[in-house]
Each structure stands twice: as structure tokens, then as C-alpha cells.
Design a protein around this ligand. Structure first.
Ligand code: GRG
Length: 296
């Protein structure tokens, strides 16, 4: 399995499900829904949805059962990107190769587009349970994993520490906390939610969550490294912003070489967490390896 190809093949299916979940509004809500859609359809890699669907397959489940979780997660992830780019946070003008939400829609509307996507994301699984599209117990369990990972116990908590660590001296344990919460929590939840909806047992869900946590940390380390040595055009956002803002990054805490070694170690451990899975986990293995080499 080629991971880049796998991601490219998954994206259109996810985009179609997102389109069905968030069609254009025709009434006075049009502006905020347009702003939500602007960011949602601006060309993300759809990594978290791909992981979610691949985890359902890894436990022998049907991929389409995990699609509501994939949709929910991509909406929540996109909402965090909109808020992350705001002047009050990272103050970035470009995202996914296009002007950031607040550059197009204004700051107030960007705040609301993020709010709208966050809340919409949190409606998807409960509604799938209520309409009978999904087994209610499984839908609620997946919803819980995702909501916990998005809030103060996960992404919000990590972003808060990230914000207050700006400009300060950082050590490895602080960066591990930030990366573990702001990035790895939602990535791990993507895998766990897919495993739950795919009908995985407790051991499988635990192993896949751990795989997700490990690749999530490696993903953010790679993100830190790409901000230093990546190509801005390919990344779709400017590089060097971590350095300018003295952000808490892995390379800053331990040096670039050690950060790269740590990324490799994490991916090895992530593959080890998949030891009990057979060929159905091939896409998950391929994505783990791809995360070390990705250039965007
Ligand atoms: C809205 C619940 C909520 C929280 C807001 C702003 C914030 C709190 C959190 C920011 C979290 C954040 C931006 C973490 C960085 C994660 C990261 C490396 C994102 C880039 O992900 P990719 O590369 O992006 O998957 P694409 O564009 O491909 O989707």
C-alpha cells in the first residue's frame, strides 16, 4: 500500500460525505455557512478521516460505518485550524495554500466559522445514533472519545499550554505535553473512533489508540521540522513562523537531529503497537511510515 496514494483515494469519498453533511445554506445563514465551507473544502489532506476509516478496516469492520466519525473529526480539526490562524493565536495569513479564513471573511466571521464547525462536528454522531444510521452505543462511545480529545483534556488544553509557552525556554517534557494534547489526542481519537465503529474489541481499541498517540507525536515533530526546512509552497503556509515566535517545538527543545531520531523511534513503536493485526492493518502501517517522510 502506498500511503500517499491511499490518502489521495480516500479524500474524494470524505469530501462527498462532508458535502452531504454541510451543504450550502440558502437563507440568511448563508454567509457563515459559506465561511465554514471555505475552510472545510480548501484542500486538506484528510489524514484524520483516512486514519479513522483505516482503523475500522483494521478491526475487520466496514469502512463506511466509520464515515460519520471521520466527518465529525474533520470538521473539528478544521475549526481548530481557523482559530489557530487568528491574530490572537498564531497570526498566520495562509492555510492550505489559500488566504486564512480571517483574511477573507474578517476576524469575527472566522471566529464564528470555527465555532460553527466545532458544534456541527459534535452533532454528527449523536444524530447518526438518533436516526438509526449507527448502533447508538457505538456512536456514543465514538462521540465521547472525539469530544474528550477536542476539549481541555486534549486539543484545547494543549493549545492553551502552547500559547503560554511562547517565547519561554522549553524542555522535552513540556513539548511532549503540548504535542501530546494539541495534536496527538485528536489523531489518536480518529483511530480509536474508527476502531469502535468498526466493531473492534477492547484490546484492539486500546492498541489502536496507542498507535494513534505515537504517530500523532511523530506527526507534530515532523510538522516542527517542516516549519524549519520545508517548502512553503508545498506546505501551503509560510515556514519559519515557529522560530520567529519562539514556539515550543521539539527541535527547539532537543535539537533538530535528536528530534528526527525521536520521530523515527515513535514510528517504530507505533508499528509495534500493530503487531497483533494482520494484513487488514496495512494502510495504517503505510501511513505511519509516510508521516516521517511527508513534505506537506
Ligand atoms: C476548535 C476545539 C477547538 C479548539 C481550538 C486553536 C486550537 C484550539 C487548537 C489548535 C490545534 C492545532 C492547530 C494543532 C496543530 C495540528 C496540526 C499540525 C495541524 C495540521 O494538520 P494537517 O497537516 O492539516 O493534517 P491539513 O490542512 O492537511 O488538514
Amino acid at each position: 500500500v502506498d500511503a500517499a496514494e491511499h490518502l489521495a483515494n480516500t479524500a474524494p469519498k470524505v469530501n462527498q460525505a462532508l458535502e452531504e453533511a454541510l451543504p450550502k445554506a440558502k437563507d440568511l445563514s448563508r454567509d457563515v455557512v459559506d465561511a465554514m465551507r471555505y475552510s472545510l473544502f480548501s484542500g486538506g489532506k484528510r489524514l484524520r478521516p483516512a486514519l479513522c476509516l483505516a482503523a475500522a478496516a483494521a478491526v475487520g469492520g466496514e469502512e463506511h460505518r466509520a464515515m460519520p466519525a471521520a466527518v465529525a473529526i474533520e470538521m473539528i480539526h478544521t475549526s481548530s485550524l481557523i482559530h489557530d490562524d487568528l491574530p490572537a493565536m498564531d497570526d498566520d495569513d495562509t492555510r492550505r495554500g489559500q488566504p486564512a479564513s480571517h483574511k477573507v471573511h474578517g476576524e469575527g466571521m472566522a471566529v464564528l466559522a470555527g465555532d460553527g464547525l466545532l458544534v456541527e462536528g459534535l452533532t454528527v454522531l449523536p444524530r447518526a445514533a438518533l436516526t438509526g444510521q449507527l448502533n447508538p452505543k457505538l456512536a456514543l462511545a465514538a462521540h465521547d472519545v472525539i469530544a474528550q480529545a477536542a476539549g481541555w483534556r486534549g486539543m484545547v488544553g494543549g493549545q492553551a499550554v502552547d500559547l503560554s509557552a511562547e517565547g519561554r525556554d522549553v524542555d522535552e517534557s513540556l513539548v511532549a505535553f503540548i504535542h501530546g494534547h494539541k495534536t496527538a489526542a485528536l489523531i489518536s481519537a480518529s483511530v480509536a473512533a474508527g476502531a469502535i465503529l468498526g466493531g473492534g474489541n477492547a484490546d484492539q481499541i486500546r492498541a489502536l489508540s496507542e498507535y494513534g498517540r505515537l504517530i500523532g507525536l511523530a506527526f507534530q515533530i515532523r510538522d516542527d521540522i517542516l516549519d524549519m526546512e520545508g517548502d512553503a509552497t508545498e506546505l501551503g503556509k509560510p515556514t519559519g513562523s515557529d522560530e520567529r515566535r519562539a514556539k515550543a517545538t521539539y527541535p527547539r527543545a532537543v535539537g533538530q537531529e535528536k528530534a528526527k531520531q525521536k520521530g523515527c523511534r515513535l514510528i517504530k513503536d507505533a508499528l509495534a503497537a500493530l503487531a497483533d493485526f494482520g494484513p487488514q492493518a496495512k494502510p495504517l502501517r503505510a501511513i505511519a511510515e509516510y508521516l516521517l517522510e511527508r513534505t506537506k
